[in-house]
Design a protein around this ligand. Structure first.
Ligand SMILES: C[S@@+](CC[C@H](N)C(=O)[O-])C[C@H]1O[C@@H](n2cnc3c(N)ncnc32)[C@H](O)[C@@H]1O
Length: 267
């Protein structure tokens, strides 16, 4: 892919998804787009660019975003967030709160919302609060994987045998085994496609806690600021925002107070 074509793809990706790709990503984008081109039998990046631009349905842009988005994730990633959630949930339960709303924004293949759901089910043992978790992503491909909730054994390393037993059904044996998330967990979660770079969002809130981890790293400061304002609007007072450990939001979080690294409270 030459630089001119790459720059045009960059613009399209930024304008539609807020994803900022620097010059160093040219080879990566070229390789990922090539995979999509093979599926369409298109042998030239410039021709594929025209194909994207001429597709009035908008479906090919969705496919392009699917191809370039990075979906790395795992169960209980950055586990201190889940420990924090557990402690907070205990406090909310003791205060008599009955209704809870959570959001996994940029949920990838589902490990994050399922980790939230398992943490909450473990903590609320015996109680029957009204809990709903919204899980959103821009990638339709990855959302289908989320909804299917099926994970090979090698993706289950961070899930304890106790949690596997309680929340998954195992199909097959040893290394070829697949773990299916049980319906009791799945039915707590609503999966939706949502582009985090296009605000305002249709939800009203208020939410108790928003996880938006390892997503804002792909955005520039303009997109981040717009997104943080929406998170602020949607959170209840004293609601929490969790971001990835490597993300720096210094100077952008007016109204939020940092309670510990990568955990913010709406004040
Ligand atoms: C690296 S994964 C993070 C998954 C999970 N939150 C975690 O921390 O493990 C980033 C996810 O953000 C999604 N994403 C990127 N740009 C987005 C946008 N504009 N709107 C919604 N999701 C987006 C990608 O599709 C991808 O699934």
């Amino acid at each position: 892919m030459n630089s001119k074509v790459f720059n045009r793809f960059r613009e399209i990706i930024y304008d539609t998804a807020g994803i900022h790709l620097n010059e160093k990503k040219q080879a990566l984008v070229g390789a990922r787009v090539a995979k999509r081109m093979r599926a369409l039998n298109i042998d030239d990046h410039k021709k594929y660019l025209s194909y994207v631009l001429e597709d009035k349905s908008g479906e090919e842009i969705v496919q392009l975003l699917d191809a370039v988005s990075t979906n790395v994730t795992h169960f209980f990633r950055e586990n201190d967030h889940f420990k924090f959630l557990e402690e907070q949930m205990q406090k909310w339960l003791e205060s008599g709160q009955r209704k809870y709303r959570f959001w996994s924004a940029g949920c990838s293949s589902g490990e994050e919302p399922y980790s939230i759901a398992m943490t909450l089910l473990q903590t609320t043992n015996g109680h029957k609060p009204d809990i709903r978790i919204l899980a959103t992503d821009i990638s339709t491909r990855i959302l289908s994987a989320s909804m299917a909730g099926k994970y090979p054994a090698k993706k289950m390393e961070n899930v304890t045998p106790f949690l596997r037993e309680r929340f998954f059904t195992k199909e097959g044996r040893s290394e070829s085994a697949v773990y299916k998330v049980n319906n009791a967990v799945k039915q707590m979660i609503l999966f939706k496609r949502l582009n985090l770079s296009v605000v305002p969002f249709p939800m009203k809130g208020p939410m108790d806690c928003i996880f938006c981890r390892n997503v804002m790293i792909y955005f520039d400061n303009d997109v981040r600021k717009r997104l943080l304002n929406e998170f602020y609007r949607l959170l209840k007072p004293d609601g929490y925002l969790m971001v990835g450990h490597a993300e720096s939001l210094t100077g952008m979080l007016s109204g939020f107070k940092c309670v510990k690294p990568s955990v913010y409270i709406k004040k």
